[in-house]
Design a protein around this ligand. Structure first.
Ligand SMILES: [Zn+2]
Length: 152
Protein backbone atom coordinates (compact mmCIF):
# COMPACT_ATOMS: atom_id res chain seq x y z
CA UNK A 1 0.00 0.00 0.00
CA UNK A 2 2.77 2.39 0.97
CA UNK A 3 4.70 1.44 -2.14
CA UNK A 4 1.66 2.27 -4.28
CA UNK A 5 1.25 5.62 -2.58
CA UNK A 6 4.92 6.49 -3.13
CA UNK A 7 4.67 5.53 -6.77
CA UNK A 8 1.58 7.69 -7.19
CA UNK A 9 3.31 10.59 -5.47
CA UNK A 10 6.28 10.31 -7.83
CA UNK A 11 3.98 10.41 -10.85
CA UNK A 12 2.23 13.45 -9.40
CA UNK A 13 5.52 15.29 -8.73
CA UNK A 14 6.71 14.53 -12.26
CA UNK A 15 3.47 15.86 -13.68
CA UNK A 16 3.81 19.16 -11.84
CA UNK A 17 7.51 19.50 -12.66
CA UNK A 18 6.64 19.13 -16.33
CA UNK A 19 3.84 21.65 -16.02
CA UNK A 20 6.15 24.17 -14.31
CA UNK A 21 8.76 23.68 -17.05
CA UNK A 22 6.12 24.20 -19.74
CA UNK A 23 4.71 27.32 -18.12
CA UNK A 24 8.22 28.52 -17.39
CA UNK A 25 9.11 28.36 -21.07
CA UNK A 26 6.09 30.43 -22.01
CA UNK A 27 6.94 33.26 -19.61
CA UNK A 28 10.71 32.92 -19.89
CA UNK A 29 12.08 35.94 -21.69
CA UNK A 30 15.79 36.52 -21.65
CA UNK A 31 18.31 39.08 -22.77
CA UNK A 32 22.03 38.89 -22.13
CA UNK A 33 24.67 41.34 -21.05
CA UNK A 34 28.39 41.00 -21.49
CA UNK A 35 29.34 43.49 -18.86
CA UNK A 36 32.29 44.60 -16.75
CA UNK A 37 32.53 42.94 -13.33
CA UNK A 38 32.53 46.44 -11.74
CA UNK A 39 29.80 46.55 -9.08
CA UNK A 40 28.83 50.09 -10.02
CA UNK A 41 27.48 49.14 -13.43
CA UNK A 42 25.34 46.06 -12.69
CA UNK A 43 22.12 47.76 -11.60
CA UNK A 44 22.07 50.54 -14.23
CA UNK A 45 22.65 47.98 -16.99
CA UNK A 46 20.00 45.60 -15.65
CA UNK A 47 17.45 48.41 -15.47
CA UNK A 48 18.23 49.70 -18.96
CA UNK A 49 18.08 46.28 -20.60
CA UNK A 50 14.80 45.31 -18.98
CA UNK A 51 13.30 48.53 -20.37
CA UNK A 52 15.01 48.38 -23.75
CA UNK A 53 14.24 44.77 -24.55
CA UNK A 54 11.05 44.26 -22.52
CA UNK A 55 12.42 41.11 -20.90
CA UNK A 56 11.97 39.60 -17.47
CA UNK A 57 15.47 38.17 -17.06
CA UNK A 58 18.92 39.39 -17.97
CA UNK A 59 21.76 36.85 -18.01
CA UNK A 60 24.92 38.51 -16.72
CA UNK A 61 28.24 37.50 -18.25
CA UNK A 62 31.01 39.47 -16.58
CA UNK A 63 34.74 40.01 -16.98
CA UNK A 64 37.02 42.96 -16.20
CA UNK A 65 36.69 45.30 -19.22
CA UNK A 66 35.10 42.77 -21.60
CA UNK A 67 35.36 45.22 -24.51
CA UNK A 68 39.16 45.12 -24.17
CA UNK A 69 39.20 41.35 -23.65
CA UNK A 70 37.16 40.72 -26.81
CA UNK A 71 38.76 43.38 -29.01
CA UNK A 72 42.31 42.25 -28.18
CA UNK A 73 41.40 38.53 -28.22
CA UNK A 74 44.59 37.73 -26.26
CA UNK A 75 43.31 36.32 -22.97
CA UNK A 76 42.09 33.04 -24.39
CA UNK A 77 40.56 31.67 -21.19
CA UNK A 78 38.42 34.80 -20.71
CA UNK A 79 37.32 34.90 -24.36
CA UNK A 80 36.43 31.19 -24.17
CA UNK A 81 34.49 31.70 -20.94
CA UNK A 82 32.48 34.58 -22.42
CA UNK A 83 31.75 32.56 -25.56
CA UNK A 84 30.62 29.50 -23.60
CA UNK A 85 28.39 31.55 -21.30
CA UNK A 86 26.84 33.28 -24.29
CA UNK A 87 26.17 29.85 -25.80
CA UNK A 88 24.21 28.82 -22.69
CA UNK A 89 22.26 32.07 -22.68
CA UNK A 90 21.37 31.84 -26.38
CA UNK A 91 20.85 28.09 -26.73
CA UNK A 92 19.38 27.18 -23.32
CA UNK A 93 17.55 30.40 -22.42
CA UNK A 94 16.61 31.46 -25.93
CA UNK A 95 18.13 34.91 -25.58
CA UNK A 96 18.52 36.76 -28.85
CA UNK A 97 19.23 40.26 -27.55
CA UNK A 98 22.74 40.89 -26.35
CA UNK A 99 24.35 44.02 -24.91
CA UNK A 100 28.08 44.59 -24.83
CA UNK A 101 28.78 47.10 -22.07
CA UNK A 102 31.60 49.59 -21.55
CA UNK A 103 31.76 52.23 -18.85
CA UNK A 104 33.31 55.37 -17.41
CA UNK A 105 36.29 54.85 -15.05
CA UNK A 106 36.85 51.22 -16.03
CA UNK A 107 39.82 49.57 -14.33
CA UNK A 108 39.77 46.73 -16.87
CA UNK A 109 39.84 49.07 -19.87
CA UNK A 110 41.45 52.40 -18.91
CA UNK A 111 40.99 54.01 -22.37
CA UNK A 112 38.88 57.15 -22.76
CA UNK A 113 35.28 56.92 -24.02
CA UNK A 114 36.28 57.21 -27.69
CA UNK A 115 38.87 54.43 -27.37
CA UNK A 116 36.49 52.23 -25.45
CA UNK A 117 33.76 52.67 -28.04
CA UNK A 118 36.19 51.55 -30.73
CA UNK A 119 36.77 48.45 -28.59
CA UNK A 120 33.01 47.92 -28.30
CA UNK A 121 32.73 47.96 -32.11
CA UNK A 122 35.58 45.46 -32.46
CA UNK A 123 34.06 43.25 -29.75
CA UNK A 124 30.69 43.20 -31.51
CA UNK A 125 32.43 42.11 -34.73
CA UNK A 126 34.20 39.37 -32.78
CA UNK A 127 30.93 38.09 -31.26
CA UNK A 128 29.31 38.14 -34.71
CA UNK A 129 32.11 35.85 -35.92
CA UNK A 130 31.03 33.24 -33.36
CA UNK A 131 27.94 32.53 -35.44
CA UNK A 132 25.17 32.97 -32.85
CA UNK A 133 22.23 34.46 -34.66
CA UNK A 134 21.76 37.36 -32.24
CA UNK A 135 21.39 41.11 -32.19
CA UNK A 136 24.16 42.89 -30.28
CA UNK A 137 23.89 46.41 -28.95
CA UNK A 138 26.67 48.55 -27.55
CA UNK A 139 25.98 50.18 -24.17
CA UNK A 140 27.89 52.94 -22.39
CA UNK A 141 27.52 53.61 -18.65
CA UNK A 142 28.35 57.29 -18.13
CA UNK A 143 29.89 59.24 -15.23
CA UNK A 144 26.41 59.60 -13.64
CA UNK A 145 26.12 55.77 -13.70
CA UNK A 146 23.34 55.84 -16.26
CA UNK A 147 23.33 53.30 -19.09
CA UNK A 148 22.97 54.64 -22.63
CA UNK A 149 22.48 52.62 -25.81
CA UNK A 150 25.30 53.51 -28.22
CA UNK A 151 24.44 54.51 -31.76
CA UNK A 152 27.14 52.45 -33.46
ZN1 LIG B 1 35.13 48.14 -15.77
Amino acid sequence: MQEKAEKYLKVLVKHFEEKINRDGKITKKFATTINCMDGRVQEPVLKKLKEQFDVKNVDMITAPGPNLVLSENKEEHLVKSIKESLGVSVNEHGSSKIALVAHFDCAGNPKNKKGQIEDVKKSISRINEWGFNVKILGVWVNSSWKAEILDI
